[in-house]
Write a protein that binds this ligand. Sequence first.
Ligand code: PEP
Ligand code: MG
Length: 570
Amino acid sequence: MVYEGTAVSDGAAIGNVFQYRPCGRSVEESFIEAGKVEESIQAYREVLKKAEAELQILAEDKELEEEQRKIFQAHIDIVQDEAMGEEIEEEIRENLFSPEYAVQTVYARYIAVISKAKDALIRERAADLKDVSLRMIRLLSGKEENGLASLPGDVILIAHDLLPSDTAAMQKEHVLAIVTEIGGYTSHMAILARNYGIPAVLGVPDILIHTENGEKIAVDAHAGKVLTNLTQAQEKQYQVMRDEYLKKKNDMKQYIGVEPVTADGTKIEVCLNIGSADKNELELEKYTDGVGLFRTEFLYMSKKKLPTEEEQFAVYKKVAEIFGERQVIIRTLDIGGDKKLDYLELPQEDNPFLGLRALRLCFEMKPIFKTQLRAILRAGYYGNIWIMFPMVGSIGDIRFAKEIVQEVRDELEEEKIPYGRHVKVGIMVEIPSIALMADIAASEVDFASIGTNDLCQYLMAVDRLNPSVAKYYQSFHPAMFRLIKQIVEAFTRQGKPVSVCGEMGGNPQAVALLAGLGIRKFSMNASSIASVKKMISQLNICKAQRMSRTVLELSTAVQVENYLNSEFLE
Ligand code: PEP
Ligand code: MG
């Protein structure tokens, strides 16, 4: 059988299925016999100890980020809460509730109260309570944690979805490929898979039902296919595909440390796209000229409540210090569209990609925006941080955002808190209206970065996540290059840096064309660095310019792709 999904991280794999099903079911109403009260209370107390021991290991795990360890420490405090413990035992003793049902009932009671609190910080504790109650219910039912920290050898990981907390301790060296039932090209899991260089196909409906633990399957993460019930011929075919993929990956490694200078001597900056300060994401940092895009929303999405100013400051400062004099472009919160925060109630919208997203949302939630700006500006004291606004649609947006930055600077000044006085302020160009106003925008900001993912979505009027219109999403359409040319010229004329940080920035052929249009800085996922550097080192800038001139005169995306393929076949 062949199941289809979205190919989000290139490659191929053949291997045994490991189904990841985090325990987390609620329990039915259930009771114990009157004579079993003491036994049940004892069972509950044993589980308290087990939960604490599991959490203690996590809270001390040096492999995890400090932030994650802190969450587990907070969970230990919840487990140790005496009032809740007494109520649970009372439910068992007085009402003969089974221990699982007693835990669920008492925790639900607390969650209901906390969820109504006025203070957002208190409300957010509800998610922690829920997490702890699920852990205790799992332990009471005698199940081990079905975690990803100790996988049974090399596996193809199948899950409904994978959350940052699931993947934090994942043994990525044992994951041959990832397949999930939901998610698309720009989902968190997709970005992580690309960073780790793990082939991945997301959005394969019901794949948990169609596969079994231990069953041998194949994944073609180029075509977005998952194959089960393999014939011998298919097994051979996919083993060959896997070997070719590994060979290509290995051959590329020699380019990772190459200076990104074209064959005729033009220096091109190669920067990294990151979503956290985790060491996995920063592994290749020394081969780059800085961070060209820090997608900070992942910091918000990996938590169960809004990250505080101090938490954010610690992360931004860590990255700034690692990169030293090299630039670190921190993009302010880009939430909305497909990126949601469970703990933040956002309006239900018919067209979320055209709705209250990113900067627009930050304008509506000014305190949250200001908290982030404070953290970024403060971290700017420790390195070369640049602030970048996403989803800028007008000059008015730029001016309003800059006013808020100024407000935050003034407050920090007044409070005598050190901050980066020379932090540059720039924009993402990803909405056509601001691309067309690039000459004026360039005079308002210090720099720009072109977000080709959204620019294509808004230019071609195609939902970037909707598979039924995927064929209309044409990033190689001549219209894209015509518009980008205009942006590059406007910024370059005013001596302002302009880079590309969307997925095109990590595509070697696109890099060649964009270099021909005058782009000298590209930011990409870690897994693209070697292939982009290879392209740059073999590129002649005159040839790139000639190619870009040709492309501007072509009529369709197919023509552009065919033309590029013929040029690079030579
Ligand atoms: C883009 O739109 O190109 C971009 C880099 O931002 P994101 O993919 O996070 O929307
Ligand atoms: Mg974008």
